[in-house]
Design a protein around this ligand. Structure first.
Ligand code: ATP
Length: 221
């Protein structure tokens, strides 16, 4: 295991997603996670979706704009649009390889996922290599059990899991931390459905994002 000997021991976190649209189920748990693990910076990475998966309803540019509006003026967050700039599916592992080169071998770096993503992580491209580049911070999500449930994934999870957030800053990568984030039963699917039914989503996502959705006529029947 590589120990962090760099003077820069601030913890950088990356949070990837479709963000179709971004909502409080993304933002609130991450804000809580930042307090719990003393995260210094969270970079939001809206991703390009592989052709064989169901495509987002909003365009890449619209999803990017919604992410920017959601975090405008919030110093915890910044937005990185690199995965949208290339006309091919995003593989998290490849983005992490690039970001690791940019931030140096010793900077503690983490990738944030929800519990649903942890459970299906074994389907991700080169999933077993993720911890060679970052830690994983896992946020609880209603309806998903904590345990990954798939034997190779469960073994990997048990091997790398730590329960003390302070450990995340002592190493640049390689650990999994299960956070005590609030359970918010919100999904992009629910918001798109509510919009189709003409219902307000004002308690589910920031007002600036809902205004943009209205102005673009997004998610209508
Ligand atoms: P959809 O309903 O369109 O599939 P989604 O709301 O699940 O979308 P994504 O953009 O696909 O959102 O998710 C990005 C990341 O955020 C994933 O790691 C996912 O697990 C996590 N996430 C999304 N919603 C929540 C939530 N309510 N609580 C915790 N994690 C969440």
């Amino acid at each position: 295991m590589v120990l962090n000997t760099s003077s820069d021991d601030t913890l950088l976190a990356l949070f990837g997603g479709t963000f179709d649209p971004i909502h409080y189920g993304h933002l609130r748990p991450v804000e809580q996670l930042a307090k719990e693990t003393a995260l210094d910076e969270v970079i939001l990475l809206p991703n390009n979706v592989p052709p064989h998966r169901s495509q987002p309803q909003a365009s890449a540019q619209q999803r990017l704009k919604m992410v920017e509006l959601a975090v405008e003026g919030n110093p915890l967050f910044s937005v990185d649009s690199r995965e949208l700039a290339v006309d091919k599916p995003s593989y998290t592992i490849e983005t992490l390889e690039t970001l690791r080169k940019e931030h140096g071998a010793q900077r503690p770096m983490a990738f944030i996922i929800g519990q649903d993503s942890l459970i299906s992580l074994y389907k991700w491209h080169r999933w077993e290599e993720l911890l060679d580049f970052c830690h994983l911070l896992v946020m609880a999500r209603p309806g998903y059990s904590e345990s990954p449930d798939t034997p190779p994934l469960q073994r990997w999870y048990d091997k790398h899991r730590v329960t003390t957030p302070a450990e995340l800053k002592r190493r640049p990568h390689g650990l999994i931390y299960q956070a005590n984030t609030p359970l918010l039963d919100i999904s992009g699917t629910e918001i798109r459905q509510r919009r189709q039914e003409g219902k307000s989503c004002s308690d589910l996502l920031p007002a600036a994002v809902e205004r943009y959705i209205d102005s673009q006529g997004l998610y209508h029947a």
